[in-house]
Design a protein around this ligand. Structure first.
Ligand code: PLP
Length: 385
């Protein structure tokens, strides 16, 4: 991270912009509207289509299947709502999602269509997760009853990878939120066989507010976004050429360097994990198979917020992993879905290492951690939250 003398271990929240992305975006600063029917429009469109092709190739999709959106959140909204509405006429009205481990972009979309203020006629079934945080798909599924299946590829808090292939194999429209996986794991959209897949550029060193939706050509999607009909009518709105080009450059860099970067992250993660395992009563939630840069754990008796504040004061940017609501440190919905007690879940700390992390930085963090946990435990738990 650029900030001097700080260690940034919140890469799952946002990865710093890769130099390749910045350079590609700077070259696009003066681009016109890609819908323009004149020379500058054609040039912008040609850069946009190059970016689309590059992304398609890296993710095992066709160029026509790459839809640029305004965020990973938007890509998930279009996919979940669009697929459910698109398949309702021909299939049943049941929406099956993994239990409370999905990101709000998916959970809230499912809740909106199933239990929101407007009765769309959908019902939802939430699948349980085991103690390792892995979603359990029922052995019997009736494809005709189900409008949509959805399960994230890798969890943003724990980093645990989900058995997405099992979900894709049922001939039921399947959406996967791959926001944490794209750029970090090999992805082949056609091999997976999902109807849709969501990604977000700022999670792999691209610009913020640039999402990618992969949408199979035969997927029936009634998009909730209406307007000028850009992006196969799935995501109306003027397309952000600079963002698309930055996303493509970042993704190319992430995949070119993936093996080496993943190794560096895993070495750093394991170093800190070993130190954490020596801290009394630690509980570790990141279980293999998992993303290489994730380390999610709890220190019972400590408040997650205290851990973050003490780390902040010690020069480390980290997170609890779960979004806090109105300043209250709520227990993570992911951990409680895994059966973790609320008090234990509240002492969570998520460290997510970046592609440039050094062993020296990891060693320094490993050395600091026991003292930080001790101080947080002395501060104790806030009551009532
Ligand atoms: N899905 C997952 C798993 C995420 O981790 C995030 C971001 O944290 C999102 C969706 C939302 O992505 P964006 O920030 O691009 O809206």
């Amino acid at each position: 991270m650029a900030t001097v003398n700080r260690l940034y271990v919140d890469n799952a929240a946002s990865q710093p912009l890769r130099p390749e992305a910045l350079e590609a975006m700077n070259a696009m600063a003066a681009q016109g509207n890609p819908a323009g029917q004149y020379a500058t429009g054609r040039v912008a469109r040609s850069h946009l289509e190059d970016a689309r092709e590059q992304i398609a190739e890296l993710l095992g999709a066709d160029a026509a299947e790459v839809i640029f959106t305004g965020s990973g959140t938007e890509a998930n909204n279009i996919a979940v709502q669009g697929l459910a509405f698109g398949s309702k006429a021909q299939r049943g009205a049941s929406v099956i999602a993994s239990a409370n481990i999905e990101h709000p972009a998916v959970m809230e979309s499912v809740s909106w269509i199933c239990d929101g203020p407007i009765d769309f006629g959908f019902t939802q079934q939430r699948l349980p997760v085991d103690a390792d945080g892995r979603v359990q798909l029922p052995s019997e599924l009736d494809p005709q009853e189900i409008a949509l299946l959805t399960c994230m590829w890798a969890n943003n808090e724990t980093g645990n990878i989900q058995p997405v292939q099992q979900f894709a194999d049922h001939g039921i429209p399947f959406h996967t939120d791959a926001v944490q996986a794209v750029g970090h794991l090999p992805i082949d959209f056609h091999d997976l066989g999902a109807a849709t897949l969501a990604a977000s550029a700022h999670k792999f060193g691209g610009p913020k507010s640039v999402g990618i939706l992969l949408a199979r050509r035969d997927a029936k999607i009634l998009s909730p976004v209406r307007g000028g009909g850009q992006e196969r009518k799935l995501r109306s709105g003027t397309v952000n050429v600079q963002g698309a080009v930055g996303a493509a450059a970042a993704l190319a860099s992430a995949y070119k360097n993936m093996e080496e970067e993943n190794k560096k992250m895993a070495v750093a993660r394991d170093l800190v994990r070993t130190a954490a395992e020596n801290i009394p009563d630690v509980r570790i939630w990141t279980n293999e198979p998992a993303l290489p840069g994730h380390l999610h754990m709890s220190f019972p008796g400590a408040e997650g917020d205290s851990l973050i504040m003490l780390l902040d004061a010690a020069g480390v940017d980290a997170s609890t992993g779960s979004a806090c609501s109105a300043g209250v440190n709520r227990a993570s919905h992911v951990l409680t879905a895994m059966g973790v007690d609320v008090d234990v879940a509240r002492g969570a700390l998520r460290l997510t290492f970046g592609p440039n992390v050094t062993q020296q930085e990891a060693s320094e963090l490993a050395e600091k951690l026991p003292r930080i946990v001790e101080q947080a435990r002395l501060a104790g738990m806030a009551s009532g939250a």
